[in-house]
Every structure is written in C-alpha cells, then in structure tokens.
Design a protein around this ligand. Structure first.
Ligand code: NAI
Length: 329
C-alpha cells in the first residue's frame, strides 16, 4: 500500500522511514498542506497521512475518494480537521494516534509557565548582548499558587501531577473527573469557581462545538486579576481577539500559547523574511508578557517514534481488518 503524507517536514520523513522498516509501505512525502487543490498529489496512493492543519473537508474528501483514497491516517490525536460524516458516506476510514506522549505536551505547558513567569527567554537574550540588568524580570513563586486545569484527560492529568510537585494547589474541571487526581488531593470545581480562583489556568481540552471559545469575552470577566493563561490544546479554545483586548487593558496578566486560532497560515513554516499580515498574531508578539511557540508541544523523540509506529500500525490493522480503538467513528 502507498501512503501520501501531507504537510510533511524533514522530521516526519526521518521518523516514518525508520518506522517503515517493519512495514515496507510505499511512502510519498509532500510539504503541501492538504486542500481540494493539492488532493491530487495522492494519486496512486491508498491512504493519506495528515497533520493538524490539513483540512479534510467535504470537497477535499470527495477529491480524495475520486482518486481511490480509502484511508485517512491522522498523525495526531485531535480529529477536528476531518469531516467525519462525509468520510463515512464515502467509506473512507479515519484513524488517529490518541496518545503518543502526553508527557511531551504536559512538560511543554510547564516549560511555558516557567519561562513566562521567570522570563528566562528575555534574560538569555539580554545576557548574550552583555546586558546584565534585572529590570523587568521579576516573577512569582509557583509554590502555593492555585493552578486551574481545564480537562484532566491524559495530558491534563500529567500536567496536574507536575504542578502538585511544585507545591501548587491544583483545582480542575472536567466532565469526567480523574480518580487518580482526586486521590492526590486535586479538587474538582465548577468552571466559574476555577475561573475566579486560579492564578494560572491551563487548557487541555479537545476542540469541540462545546469547547470552542471556552475562554471568551464573558469568561474573561470572571478571571482572577493578573491570571496567567496557558493554551497547549487547540487555538480556538480561546477567542484570541477577546484575549488580546484583555491583555491590552491588563485584565489578563500573561499569556502562553503553543496553538493559535489562525495558526495554519504561519505555524510550521519559516516566514522570517516577510511581514506578518495577521494583525492579531503580530500584535500578540509585541507584548513582553506573551510567549508563543509554534505548536511544538508534541515534538519529542519519544512522541515522534510513537506517532510513526502507531500510524503505520493503524494502516496494518485496516489491511488485516482488525478492529482498533484508534479508528475514529
Ligand atoms: P483526552 O481525551 O485524554 O482528555 C481530554 C479531557 O477533556 C477528557 O478528560 C474530557 O472529559 C475533557 N473534556 C472534553 N470536553 C470538555 C468540556 N467541554 N469541559 C470539560 N472537560 C472536557 O485528550 P488529551 O490526550 O489529554 O489531549 C487534550 C488535547 O490536547 C487534544 O485534544 C489536543 O487538542 C491537544 N494536543 C495538543 C498537542 C500540541 O502539540 N500542542 C499535542 C497533543 C494534543
């Protein structure tokens, strides 16, 4: 079987070629994003392998179906970018990698908090320039601060445990509370209580109709003054314009993002020799109290190995008509 990879980057090729030694599939790597226009690149392939910003919408799925694509292999956990009902109608099977390294993402969220709080990114740049001033570098102790975890699934649970290790008071909200976290002393509270009592709020929810703009103009009004917001989930969990407004009027103390609502126009590529036309992103980048990484929370050796192996194994399961929980219905 042949697989066409969209939005492929050199590290995808390296880890998939290595994992493929156990499978011997035909692998074709394209750096193009999947769209209606680029779908044709997958001609003569049986499956397409997609990442977070490849949109398998109705029209694109029809193009894929016409050239014989029977399988979508998502090399990520989220599947909000695939029109599942159209895929079902076209009899295209969809698989994902539900967990590759929840530690990678949880640890990155912690890295963002530590950097944003203690301003190590700014300190590093200063020292390199011979500027040893401490002006503007004051942070706060994490010890005994209240951390609100929104979504305590695989990633949120690990994140909560790490924050407990710092001596933080951890509160959480989730439709399905984690018994492990409850046994460790994490208190589950209503969304509004979490908003009004947390010094740091970290989002670990999937993007769904319910969670879209979870942080919005209304919820921002209920946040504790000077709160630190952290989003490593999906960009649209936050109404970015509302968050930008709240940063301007100092309602939000600081913001760390690994994901951004309009990230697909910029993230994963080098745009350093052109102007950023996205005014919201450009404005966010001007704040000293905003830290942005370009959707790299997953990017560890362990995660890339697991993503490649699970993705190819998903295709093997499809070929062998073996049922798997990694199939998305
Ligand atoms: P998970 O499915 O294990 O956990 C999600 C949790 O959110 C579940 O416990 C669920 O009950 C809860 N939840 C869902 N909707 C909710 C709502 N409206 N209110 C309260 N709780 C709700 O997922 P996991 O593996 O922890 O991943 C979470 C998200 O992290 C993914 O969906 C993905 O969007 C994002 N992610 C980001 C990555 C990055 O590189 N930045 C990499 C991997 C995942």
């Amino acid at each position: 079987m042949n697989i066409a990879f969209f939005s492929s980057r050199p590290y995808d090729e390296e880890y998939f070629r290595n994992a493929n030694k156990n499978y011997s599939y035909g692998l074709k790597f394209f750096d193009a994003k999947l769209t209606e226009e680029t779908a044709g690149l997958a001609k003569n392939c049986d499956a397409v392998c997609l990442f977070v910003n490849d949109h398998a919408d109705e029209k694109t799925l029809k193009c894929l179906s016409e050239i014989g694509i029977r399988v979508i292999l998502l090399r990520c956990a989220g599947y909000n970018n695939v029109d599942l009902s159209t895929a079902k109608k076209l009899n295209i099977k969809v698989f994902r990698v539900p967990a590759y390294s929840p530690h990678a993402v949880a640890e990155h969220a912690v890295a963002l908090i530590l950097t944003l709080n203690r301003k190590t990114h700014r300190a590093h740049m200063r020292v390199r320039e011979g500027n040893f001033s401490l002006h503007g570098l004051i942070g706060f102790d994490l010890f005994e601060k209240t951390v609100g975890v929104v979504g305590t699934g695989k990633i949120g649970e690990i994140f909560a445990k790490i924050m407990l290790g710092f001596g933080c008071k951890v509160i959480a909200t989730d439709v399905t509370p984690s018994p492990v976290l409850i046994s460790l002393g994490v208190k589950y509270v209503a969304k509004d209580v979490l908003f009004s009592s947390s010094d740091i709020i970290s989002l670990h929810l999937p993007l769904t109709k319910d969670s879209n703009h979870y942080i919005n103009e209304e919820t921002i009004k209920r946040l504790k003054p000077n709160v630190m917001l952290v989003n490593t989930g999906r960009g649209a969990l936050m109404d970015t314009k509302a968050v930008l407004h709240a940063l301007k009027n100092k309602r939000i103390g600081s913001l760390a993002l690994d994901v951004y609502e309009e990230e697909e126009n910029y993230f994963f590529d080098d745009h350093s020799d052109e102007a950023i036309n996205d005014d919201v992103l450009a404005r966010l980048m001007t704040f000293p109290n905003v830290l942005i990484t370009a959707h790299q929370a997953f990017l560890t050796t362990e995660a890339l190995e697991k993503i490649a192996l699970t993705t190819l194994n998903n295709l093997a399961d499809y070929e062998n008509k073996k049922s798997t929980v990694n199939e998305v219905n």
